[in-house]
Design a protein around this ligand. Sequence first.
Ligand SMILES: [Zn+2]
Length: 154
Amino acid sequence: MYVKELFYGLNPKNRPKLSTFENKYGYNKMLIEQNINIDSSCEHHFLPIVGHAHIGYIPNKKVIGLSKINRLVDYYAHRPQVQERLCIQILKDLQETLEIEDVIIVINAKHMCVSSRGIKDKSSFTTTIEYGGRFKDIEFRNSFFDSLKFKVEE
Ligand SMILES: [Zn+2]
């Protein structure tokens, strides 16, 4: 179970193939994939980290299939993790794959090692934010955060 499911992301062979496509339609504004499931485990206690990632990027020459972003998040989440490193690993991979710097990622997650043992705080959660390129600009970052308020009926 640990090798095949929970920690399958430790094996580089399991990294999803992120086939990219030429940005034919020339879409060059922000693209945001939000509410991506985070299903991870903390490396200190092997207890679940659960939450959501929100990722934005500004395409240049390449785009990738939307579900590939979810698959990449799932891959890096499925190994013993700390949330800060998870955030950075996903950002760097997307920057390399898309050959751009303009990527931002926010992760909100609850850590069972905080809610179910020790302090047993059931309400707190952890937010990590990483970004590069144009997202270093506060206005760009804010327009990304504004878009996170959008909701789609399920
Ligand atoms: Zn922990």
